[in-house]
Write a protein of this length. Structure first.
Length: 344
């Protein structure tokens, strides 16, 4: 089996996790130029923004991973939206703002044929997926131009499914990982394990390289995952305090608060994701039946987040974080990449 570095065309077996809302092209490029695999989250990009991103990456001599979602897109449900708006009404009154109208603009959307049409013009070398894989027809088109395909698994069953469907690399997302859980075969969170446990199980079962993701906050963490059978690691939270990240001041401050608790919540998008605890999670419960189905929960929270952050509060901000925040304060993305790779 080729090394993960040679397979991806990079120098160091370190992947920067794609993180929507807290990064743009700058972070991905910095990691790539340092020898790792920089990643760009694309689920929130419209066609024009995606094209400009592809144009910016095209002249680079190093690959950039483009990440897309593969969820089944549910139509907005007016009853769910009304229930959610009612649950948030005390907060709207507190901040003296009107609840927003339900709007599909800017919602996270799965990859589709028109997106692949655009990608095909640029033929990116590395593409990754969350929540499964695209349809076989779309995946075949992507692999036809020679792209290496990575996809997230949160269980052994998901990893086996991804390999059967054609993934070239499986990312083992342990329960310690920040942001959205990548599960797609079962939404039972009790089935999900630690990163070390998942890497161990997948590396023994699969014939493709396995990348460990979750709880990667030091070189020692990397070495533990490599010893468990990982071919490389993916880190996200480790980069959130880098100057190249677009992490908000409220989010940066929260990440640096010692001992702040974290939990998995569906409040901010409608789908389970790991973040630091805040007022909304404490008062409504981290996992709540009130939240509309993914991706429709976030729009109703947007004006509350803006209003609260203007007062210096993170009450309605999704504070995504893995199990080891604030591990590299003051370090830029290149240094974090080299530290994780043992090159510093």
């Amino acid at each position: 089996m080729p090394s993960i570095a040679s397979l991806l065309g990079i120098e160091l077996p370190v992947i920067q996790a794609p993180m929507g809302g807290v990064q743009d092209e700058a972070l991905a490029i910095s990691v790539a130029e340092a020898g790792g695999l920089g990643s760009m989250p694309c689920a929130l990009l419209d066609a024009a923004r995606l094209e400009s991103t592809l144009q910016r990456f095209a002249p680079l001599h190093v690959p950039i991973n483009l990440n897309f979602f593969c969820h089944e897109m549910a139509d907005p449900d007016p009853a769910e939206a009304a229930r959610w708006r009612d649950a948030l009404m005390p907060y709207y009154r507190e901040y003296e703002i009107e609840p927003p109208e339900l709007d599909a603009v800017g919602a996270r959307r799965p990859i589709d044929a028109s997106t692949v049409d655009l990608l095909e013009r640029f033929r990116p070398r590395v593409i990754s997926f969350h929540f499964g894989l695209p349809t076989p027809a779309l995946l075949a088109r992507i692999k036809a131009w020679g792209a290496t395909v990575l996809a997230s698994a949160t269980t052994l069953d998901e990893g086996r499914w991804l390999e059967r469907q054609g993934a070239d690399v499986v990312i083992a997302q342990g329960i310690e990982a920040g942001g959205h859980r990548g599960h797609f075969l079962s939404d039972d969170l009790t089935c999900q394990s630690t990163t070390v446990e998942l890497v161990t199980a997948l590396s023994k079962s699969l014939g493709v390289p396995v990348v460990g993701a979750g709880g990667v906050g030091s070189r020692a963490d990397v070495e533990q995952l490599l010893a468990a059978g990982a071919a490389g690691v993916q880190a996200g939270t480790a980069y959130l305090l880098c100057p190249e990240a677009s992490t908000t001041p409220a989010h940066r401050q929260a990440l640096q608060q010692p001992g702040r608790p974290a939990d998995i919540t569906n409040l901010f998008s409608g789908r389970p994701a790991r973040g630091l605890e805040n007022r909304l999670m404490r008062e409504l419960g981290a996992m709540s039946p009130l939240a509309p189905r993914f991706p429709w929960a976030s729009q109703a929270l947007a004006p509350l987040r803006v209003a609260a952050e203007a007062r210096g509060a993170d009450d309605f901000t999704p504070l995504w974080s893995g199990a080891k925040p604030n591990t590299f304060p003051g370090s830029d993305a290149a240094r974090v990449t080299r530290l994780l790779a043992g090159r510093v």
